[in-house]
Write a protein that binds this ligand. Structure first.
Ligand code: NOJ
Length: 747
């Protein structure tokens, strides 16, 4: 290490010089090696994995491994790469560390429900700390895909339906994984995935096509990617889907013109699993050579799992179909990642079995997971203050197969998580109650199959209990990759189970475990309390008990709308206006005949054991010009009997635009803690950037006219105010897309 660190500019220049010299020495075979990523010898997370052998490693044909874990294994492979290859180029080891490594945190959709970017950042930091100890330098996270369709199983991996919240969470996760410097051996490189619009899959069917206008792409799907890029994300992953006929892996406009040129992104783009080869079944490549040509020319730098680059590029180069400059550019970006991670100085960065013992699954890490889990719980219903429960009840009945399933707490992408580390909901409840309380348990049947064989037993335990807790929902495998559902109600016979138990006439408390918004109209009307607890990670049981017994007051808010039934999908809060807005009294309006047009639970919704009231918003002025900002103040009061935290939300609506505008869009939020009776004045400032949108010419502008400000505890129950934006020429003013706009979420 030099005595003084070089300035960022010098460091950058130094890295580029080293890359130049290295590329000058590399054979084509070695270059193609850098472009190749193999899945490791153990885990496979997709079809058709081709394993590299040690000979490939020694010949420099492996740029990256993923799914290789364990200190010894990583060391063995890295040692061969740096000691036995001709140019000693280290391998970069990746893994899907999505919501924790060994200390598993809530699934990302749940984490987002905390609306607490600082805590989400901390979760990613801990994940990086743990993963790096095992020699992992790169995670394929965060997934920043906006999802407005709960049938899509991967909605669980993202932050929900909103581009603004998604951007804030994207930046927070990147900062957490990457820390203050990628060179720090406890930092790991992050990946913004899946670029782009993967969440827009038609019908919510995974891997399906997406047809989206450039306007919607820029307004809805791209902002979290831009936010991740602005936060310095080291890599991007191309998405499996096509956009309007062009698969992302062949989309030069997306990967090169937009990402690398318009955004000036100098990081690396990795394919998704066999994404290059899948250009053949997509029907845009006739063979492997065609797929390689399309991929490299589009700007995919590293090929995950399939081998089209390595096999076909030599001939394509020979025939001048692909230029060596395209290969060199891809190699440059991959080497840049390795330099930035400090792998050339210390190829074993982070890797340390002592650290595994010291830094992994520590009480502090578990505590962070428990706290974030508490904040991720969303209280959907609580009639007559059914909750919280006393810890001194004589008997509590817990019913439902998921209650005792510690593995289910982990959800999709468990990283290195183990179900033996996890606290099930049943165990969490048992640990929380007093020694005088008896907790009885009945499985109640299979959670997925039609099964009423245990209904009677369930009714019996409920009959003898002072409180009945039904743990219902989806086993973890029903969400995540390749886990789309056409129905989003409770699977199996769980609804009937709840109905049978309810027929006893006792209050029922439902704890939901699920990876997506569910359609639960009966529960929403008939359960006495509904606690949305998602998959909260290894501390799930403790966190749920903290909420059920009132040690913690729930404060999470939904980040994806809950529909009344699947037929309402897609349903999201920031819809654009139509010429015939829904009106129940007017037949010829945009609605359904058989279900209200409104959701079951709107975006931003979540209850507390206390109550909050909002004053009307007060503005610092009735007018604003594009160079100014406008202040919005309102008073929030805790009008209940318990201390609580409220996630206050501010939305903006543009009354008239040159194109139709969403009815409202989230622009600020903040968690506010108040004691009973306490009031706080909340202030937010908005600038022109918060009012801007892409017009028909794809220019990001603000247009003069009236805007509404809405404040409230969810997107439905809001109070509003109005102001006018005046521009000097009375025309629109271009705003651009400054990076800063994505991190100023709480001012
Ligand atoms: C396919 C998934 O789409 C992607 O998210 C993941 O990172 C890779 N497989 C690697 O496991």
């Amino acid at each position: 290490m030099p005595a003084t660190s070089p300035s960022p500019l010098n460091e950058r220049a130094g890295i580029e010089k080293s890359i130049d010299s290295l590329i000058a020495l590399m054979t084509l075979d070695e270059k193609l090696g850098q472009l190749s990523q193999f899945s490791g010898f153990a885990a496979v997370t997709g079809p058709g994995a081709i394993e590299a052998n040690m000979d490939d490693v020694r010949k420099g044909r492996v740029g990256s491994f993923f799914n290789v874990t364990g200190v010894a294994e990583v060391r063995r492979l890295q040692k061969a790469a740096v000691e036995e290859t001709r140019l000693h180029i280290p391998i970069v080891f990746g893994l899907d560390v999505i919501h924790g490594a060994r200390t598993v945190f809530p699934v990302p959709l749940a984490e987002a429900s905390s609306w607490n970017p600082a805590a989400v950042q901390e979760a990613a930091r801990i994940a990086a700390l743990e993963a790096s100890a095992y020699g992992i330098s790169w995670t394929f996270a965060p997934m920043v895909d906006i999802a407005r369709d709960p049938r899509w199983g991967r909605i669980t991996e993202g932050s929900g339906e909103d581009a603004f919240l998604g951007s804030v969470m994207a930046a927070a996760r990147v900062r957490g994984f990457q820390g203050s410097s990628l060179r720090d051996p406890t930092s790991i490189a992050a990946t913004a995935k899946h670029f782009a619009a993967y969440g827009g899959a038609e019908g919510g069917r995974d891997y399906n096509v997406v047809d989206v206008s450039e306007g919607r792409l820029r307004e809805v799907y791209l902002p979290p990617f831009r936010a991740a890029a602005c936060a310095g994300v080291a890599t991007f992953m191309a998405s499996f889907n096509e956009i309007s006929g062009v698969p992302a892996h062949a989309n030069r406009w997306l990967l090169t013109d937009l990402l690398k040129k318009e955004w000036g992104y100098d990081g690396m783009v990795v394919s998704d699993w066999t994404g290059i080869h899948e250009l053949i079944p997509h029907g845009v490549a006739k063979d492997s050579a065609d797929a390689a040509r399309l991929g490299i020319n589009a700007g995919v730098d590293m090929e995950m799992v399939s081998r089209d680059y390595a096999h076909a590029l030599p001939d394509l180069l020979q025939r001048n179909v692909v230029q060596i400059s395209a290969v060199d550019e891809a190699v440059r970006r991959i080497l840049r990642l390795k330099y930035r991670l400090g792998l050339f100085d210390d190829p074993y960065r982070g890797l340390d079995s002592a650290r595994v013992t010291r830094d992994v699954l520590t009480p502090a890490n578990r505590l962070a997971a428990r706290k974030l889990a508490q904040q991720s719980v969303v209280l959907l219903r609580n009639e007559r203050n059914t909750l919280p429960l006393s810890k001194n009840l004589k008997t509590i009945a817990v019913i439902g197969a998921l209650a005792a399933d510690s593995g289910a707490t982990i959800g999709a992408w468990g990283g290195m998580g183990r179900h033996t580390d996890a606290v099930s909901v049943l165990d969490g409840i048992k640990a929380a109650v007093s020694s005088r309380t008896r907790v009885t348990y009945e499985r109640g049947g299979d959670p997925v199959k039609r099964d009423s064989s245990r209904f009677r037993a369930a009714v019996n335990v409920a009959r003898n209990a002072d409180a009945v807790i039904l743990v219902l929902g989806e086993p973890a495998g029903l969400s995540g990759e390749a886990s789309s559902r056409s129905m989003i109600d409770l699977p199996g016979s769980q609804l009937e189970l709840a109905q049978r138990v309810k027929s006893l006439g006792k209050p029922i408390i439902v704890v939901l475990m699920n990876g997506r918004p569910l359609a639960i109209p009966w529960l929403a009307e008939n359960a006495d309390a509904v606690v949305e607890s998602w998959f909260l990670g290894i501390e799930m049981g403790n966190a749920v008990a903290d909420i059920l017994f009132g040690d913690v007051n729930p404060s999470g808010k939904l980040t994806a709308t809950f529909p009344r039934n699947v037929g309402q999908v897609p349903i999201y809060y920031n819809y654009r206006r139509t010429g015939r807005p829904p009106d129940e009294r007017n037949h010829y309006t945009s609605k359904y005949l058989d279900v209200p047009w409104t959701p079951q639970y709107p975006f931003g919704y979540g209850l507390s054991y206390t109550s909050f009231t909002y004053s009307a918003p007060r503005l610092t002025s009735n007018t604003m010009s594009p160079g100014d900002s406008i202040g919005i103040e309102f008073t929030l009061t805790n009008t209940g009997a318990r201390p609580g935290e409220e996630v206050v939300q501010l939305y903006v609506g543009d009354e008239v635009g040159s194109i139709t505008r969403p009815v409202m869009e989230l622009r600020r939020f903040r968690r506010v803690a108040l004691r009973p009776g306490q009031s706080g004045v909340i202030r937010f400032d908005l600038s022109a950037n918060d009012l801007a949108f892409y017009n028909a010419q794809m220019r990001r502008v603000v247009e003069p006219g009236f805007f509404r400000i809405f404040v409230g505890g969810n997107s439905r129950d809001v109070k509003d105010a109005r102001f006018e934006l005046r521009t000097p020429t009375s025309g629109s003013v271009e705003v651009g897309e400054p990076c800063g706009s994505f991190v100023r979420y709480d001012r």
